[in-house]
Design a protein. Structure first.
Length: 347
């Protein structure tokens, strides 16, 4: 039986070699993996939800039996920080290599009759994706059957979508399977350049993927620069503007979130402090307490909830929370007896 199976297989191999592109003219014969890999069962609870990336414009769909295509898919996913979904057969492939070959041939034959072997992966829609990367291993010159089924079952949903094909193989080319993909999704728009990694080019996967993405003009994910909101504020007192730098703690952030803020600064303790009462009081939860105030320090006196800007040195208090400091000698503008109208605004 096995010998009989090998004859059409070898014929197919020869045929697939004829379809090789890119000068990959080594003869191919699938080798039995030393350790047959267990099929990845995936997340049984929610098999059809892509693993989300930061960039939700791209989806990488892939089928893979021995992880080669999976590695390429993951490389694309990491490079673009995009969504990833494995297309899995309804029944996992046998670990017995010959049984697997037999089944794959049978499946390819049934596909030629128009019957597609079931897969357990489905997608509701692809609406949010600009480009869908579709990756698969080459089986006997063809697209591996699970991906053929998936494309067949999602033909209408993929209509009008951009599809970029990638594949791995021992040595065969991708062109026959690319034609299959076009036939399976006649209304999709296929990116002209495909990516094929063979057993000899797979070790250069990282470079090849980057080059390919560049070539097809995919916008890579920019490293996320967290929005740094400035800690700098202006304090307008009369016709003078002084500046202060707030601390990076929750109380200071709460204060910053309320700007612009107009207040009246009152004297406290013979102009040791100029104070005002924010309403509501500023959050102090989780903020380190304790401060030995120096002129220019902006603090909260936690028991009363007032903001105290120190004009003079004062002794340490565990109830004071520092939320900022007036820059330079700007405190001089506040070191005046009486009520002072002041406006705090972001710089
Ligand atoms: C059933 C079967 C058929 C294959 N047919 C071919 C082929 O025609 N040409 C080729 O170059 N490689 C062929 N291969 C090798 C695979 O394409 C190659 O190992 C691929 O990288 C496997 O991808 P995967 O690890 O993602 O499953 C075949 C492998 C299997 C299991």
């Amino acid at each position: 039986m096995k010998k009989l199976l090998l004859i059409p297989f070898m014929l197919l191999t020869v045929l697939s070699m004829a379809a090789c592109t890119g000068g990959e003219n080594k003869s191919f014969f699938p080798e039995q993996p030393e350790t047959p890999e267990q099929p990845d069962e995936g997340d049984d609870n929610n098999p059809d939800t892509p693993t989300p990336g930061g960039n939700r414009r791209y989806l990488v769909l892939y089928a893979s039996r021995t992880s080669n295509t999976e590695r390429v898919a993951q490389q694309i996913q990491v490079t673009l920080d995009c969504d990833l979904l494995e297309v899995e057969p309804q029944t996992p492939y046998d670990n017995d290599y010959n049984a697997m070959l037999e089944r794959s041939q049978e499946e390819l034959a049934t596909i030629r009759q128009g019957n597609y072997p079931p897969v357990k992966t489905t997608m509701d829609n692809f609406d949010k994706y600009d480009i869908i990367f579709v990756g698969y291993p080459i089986w006997y010159g063809s697209m591996a059957t699970p991906m053929q089924t998936f494309l067949h079952e999602h033909t209408s949903k993929l209509a009008g979508k951009q599809i970029a094909l990638f594949a791995t193989s021992g040595s065969s080319g991708i062109s026959s399977s690319a034609s299959e993909a076009r036939n399976l999704c006649p209304d999709a728009n296929f990116v002209n350049q495909t990516l094929l990694l063979t057993s000899s080019t797979l070790p250069q996967m990282e470079t090849r993927v980057t080059e390919w993405l560049d070539k097809i003009g995919i916008e890579k994910k920019e490293p996320e620069t967290p929005e740094v909101s400035s800690l700098d504020v202006n304090i307008i007192v009369g016709n003078r503007t002084i500046t202060a730098t707030m601390e990076d703690n929750a109380a200071a952030q709460d204060f910053l979130s309320r700007l612009p803020l107009e207040v009246t600064l009152n004297d406290y303790n013979n102009i040791t402090e100029k104070i005002f009462y924010p309403n509501p009081t500023l959050t102090t939860e989780g903020v380190t307490r304790g401060c030995t105030p120096a002129p220019g320090d902006i603090t909260i006196y936690a028991p009363w909830g007032n903001v105290a800007i120190f004009c003079k040195n004062w002794s340490h208090s565990n109830d004071l929370i520092k939320i900022g400091r007036i820059n330079g000698n700007g405190i001089e503008a506040l070191n005046i007896a009486g009520d002072i109208p002041a406006k705090f605004e972001r710089k």
